[in-house]
Ligand binder design. Structure first.
Ligand SMILES: O=C(O)COP(=O)(O)O
Ligand SMILES: [Mg+2]
Length: 213
């Protein structure tokens, strides 16, 4: 089975690093900072959406400024790893899945370089044959194109998607892949309101869900 994972809010709790990065960029722009919960609510659609959400929350619509801030976030993003942790049991579960012969990949809206940097920092990079980021040139999730492309590059065949959010649920449905929804990430809607094949709150439960497919 090909097992494709979302990154932020699924494998890793990266909101503290994204929060720190966002506030550094806001401060450089002379704009007020946001608390962690607010920034977490802006995560999931990639960097341009994060910046647009922060500007909108300040009542600002300014494409030139948005572009400058997006570039500033990206310039800091590869170093934004120190506050990020894998969710409990992620590493052990990746070991189990790999031992069971599954092939693992990441499909994230985070740009590829910071996605690879944080995976490397947490010693998780070696598990994944492929990391497709939000700057691949394809439309970002919830467009199904990046998820379909990951499965294609992995050679096709049976696949599942593991994600945490509205974006992931919409992506999986549009791509025609089963979604295993991790409930402890950055979702805003209730888990039951999102299309999913299974829910889990502990990565230790994931191997059995995948084996049952
Ligand atoms: O960086 C984001 O906004 C979201 O990233 P994700 O697709 O890994 O959840
Ligand atoms: Mg996510």
């Amino acid at each position: 089975m090909i097992v494709v994972f979302d990154l932020d809010g699924t494998l890793i709790d990266s909101a503290p690093d994204i929060h720190a990065t966002a506030n550094a960029v806001l401060t450089a722009e002379g704009l007020g900072r946001f608390d962690l919960a607010r920034v977490r609510s802006f995560i999931g659609h990639g960097v341009p959406h994060l910046v647009d959400s922060m500007l909108a929350a300040h009542g600002i619509s300014d494409p030139v400024r948005a572009e400058r801030m997006t570039a500033h976030v990206i310039s800091r993003y590869e170093d934004a790893v120190l506050l990020t942790r894998p969710y409990p049991n992620v590493t052990a579960t990746l070991d189990i899945l790999r031992e069971a012969g599954h092939r693992l990949a990441v499909c994230t809206n985070k740009p590829a370089a910071p996605a690879r940097a944080v995976l490397r920092h947490l010693a998780l990079d070696e598990y994944f044959e492929l990391v497709l980021g939000g700057d691949s040139g394809l439309p970002r999730k919830p467009d199904p194109a990046p998820l379909i492309e990951v499965v294609r590059q992995m050679g096709g065949g049976p696949a599942v998607y593991v994600g945490d959010s509205e974006v992931d649920a919409e992506t999986a449905e549009a791509a025609g892949l089963p979604l295993l929804l991790f409930t402890e990430g950055y979702r805003k809607a209730s888990a039951d309101s999102l299309p999913h094949d299974a829910l889990f709150s502990d990565f230790a439960d994931l191997p059995a869900l995948i084996a049952a497919r």
